[in-house]
Design a protein around this ligand. Structure first.
Ligand SMILES: [Zn+2]
Length: 313
């Protein structure tokens, strides 16, 4: 069964484009609660309600997930009461089919024979603050009988994540080009005060991975393949792809792919891995035990096949 990792804006549409019926989806795992990772949860609950979902929908995520889902379930009440206006037809209340399980760093659980574990990363705070009260951002690891995949989620550099990712074949890693991103922000927001620009720049620098950081992380973890995600639509081009690949390759000698949405990466024989790096800042991924029936990678996916990186030099 597919597992959806994060549910940012547009996720439900992209599932459809990838040929995944939302009814097939029983498990969603959230890495953290920034809006670009959770924006489509309301759509997800609503469409399942409208289509009379009868089976459980499991939503996993760090502490706070329950509060978010409670709010979304409450927001479903008005459309649930309205229904379709057909006499005798009632919609299920999402509270009847949604099950939330909050996960903490160190937790492990299993879905369809895949062991899933979580560690805290430095997207919100430095490692010396781990264990204290406060919001938690997670990295996720998927261990199938013969393959392991790690999602960095959004994170800064993080020793704990290096250890956590050790031995994973595939590293799905977020990456940011701080200079390009900041130039874009300044251009789009010419009135932005200096302090806000500085604060944003600090956030970008400390709470995300540069291509070089991602390459170094994968090398230390011993990964074979990086799929780079979390790249904004207006930063995606052949030129930026080449630049990001070469910057990652300066620290990593394995395969490097710049993700495209809805690209499909099936290099794993047992766990077919389909990754969606939506244009814009949304990204999510699906892992399937079996290939998705009828799914054909589109042109973009074909072009996004693994690029053999240059050796360290
Ligand atoms: Zn984030």
């Amino acid at each position: 069964m597919p597992i959806l990792v994060d549910c940012g804006e547009g996720a439900m549409q992209q599932l459809m484009r990838a040929g995944v019926d939302f009814r097939q989806l029983h498990d969603i795992i959230l890495s953290h609660h920034h809006f670009d990772h959770i924006g489509s949860l309301f759509t997800c609950l609503g469409i399942n309600m409208m289509m009379q979902r009868q089976v459980p929908l499991n939503i996993f995520g760090p502490p706070g997930t329950g509060r978010i889902i409670d709010g979304l379930i409450a927001a479903c009440e008005v459309p649930q009461e309205i229904g379709f206006g057909v006499a005798g037809q009632n919609l299920p209340h999402p509270g009847e089919f949604v099950r939330v399980q909050e996960i903490s760093p160190g937790d492990e659980f299993e879905i369809d024979g895949i062991r899933i574990s979580a560690c805290e990363n430095t997207h919100y705070r430095t490692e010396d603050k781990f264990g204290q009260d406060g919001p938690i951002s997670l990295s996720l690891r998927f261990d199938a009988p013969d393959r392991s995949i790690v999602f960095t989620g959004d994170t800064g550099r993080c020793k704990a994540l290096e250890e956590f990712a050790t031995g994973a074949e595939l590293l799905v890693g977020e990456v940011i080009d701080v200079e390009t991103t900041m130039a874009r922000i300044r251009k789009k927001n010419p009135q932005m005060a200096r302090e806000r620009i500085d604060a944003f720049s600090q956030h970008m620098t400390e709470h995300y991975l540069t291509p070089e950081h991602l390459g170094a992380l994968a090398t230390r973890a011993g990964a074979e393949h990086i799929v780079a995600v979390h790249i904004s639509l207006d930063a995606l081009s052949a030129e930026t792809d080449a630049s990001i690949v070469s910057r990652i390759a300066s620290r990593f000698s394995g395969n490097i792919t710049i993700s495209r949405d809805p690209a499909c990466y099936q290099q794993l024989p047992a766990v077919h891995c389909n990754l969606f790096a939506r244009r814009g800042t949304v990204r999510r991924a699906i892992f399937c035990r079996r290939p998705i029936p009828g799914y054909r990678p589109n042109d973009m996916a074909e072009r996004s096949r693994p690029v053999r990186s240059r050796p360290n030099g």
